[in-house]
Design a protein around this ligand. Structure first.
Ligand code: URA
Length: 198
């Protein structure tokens, strides 16, 4: 049984193991006309508990980088490749990624964003459909097609990478700055919110 209410998945039982491990389905959050969409891997423990992507420690890192780039969390869309928490925080399997892909594709179709930022290896490889070395490729933009539509994908390291490897902090911050630039967020030059009246 699958059901969607707009972009919110309200029922899905495609992945037997994830149905066991999840407390709830974690759909994307943020405006449905956002210019920027951040795509992570799958919910972790905090996300599973609260029903929102990137609200644990990785979320704090993401929120800080967004703010430093003059963006507010509320102005961007944040979602995941897989919407249910895998057991023991393991990576989602290829089957689980495939099962959840339709929801992500529908989300991207509706949003039609300027830029898709892939946070870490799993979403980068899932959307670019090739192997990706995220540390080397962070900050690079690829024009590709997703579900038939032309899309611009900006590869990023996962925010959690900055927690165990501080040398990744600058890479992450620069990538988020690039995302803001590509999405046409104006730089006021004074460190204030670049979305101005928004
Ligand atoms: N890591 C992810 O990839 N997604 C989340 O929602 C939280 C942490």
């Amino acid at each position: 049984m699958e059901q969607m209410d707009g972009l919110t998945v309200t029922a899905c039982e495609r992945c037997p193991e994830l149905c066991e491990s999840r407390s709830r389905i974690v759909s994307g959050v943020g405006p449905e006309d956002a210019d920027l969409v951040f795509v992570g891997e799958a919910p972790g423990a905090t996300e599973d508990e609260r029903g929102e992507p990137f609200v644990g420690r990785s979320g704090d890192v993401l929120d800080d980088a967004l703010r430093d780039a003059g963006l507010a969390r509320a102005d961007v869309r944040i979602t995941n490749c897989v919407r249910c928490r895998p057991p023991d925080n393991r990576d989602p399997t290829d089957d689980e990624l495939a099962n959840c892909r339709e929801y992500l594709e529908r989300e991207l179709d509706l949003l039609d964003p300027e830029v898709i930022v892939t946070l870490g290896k799993v979403p980068s490889e899932h959307l670019l459909e090739r192997s990706v070395g995220v540390t080397n490729e962070a900050g690079t933009v690829t024009e590709t097609r997703i579900a038939g539509a032309p899309r611009r994908v900006l590869v990023s390291v996962h925010p959690a990478a900055t927690l165990y490897d501080p040398s990744q902090r600058e890479t992450f911050a620069e990538t988020i700055d690039t995302a803001a630039d590509l999405a046409g967020v104006e730089d006021s030059g004074d460190g204030q919110a670049r979305l101005g009246d928004f």
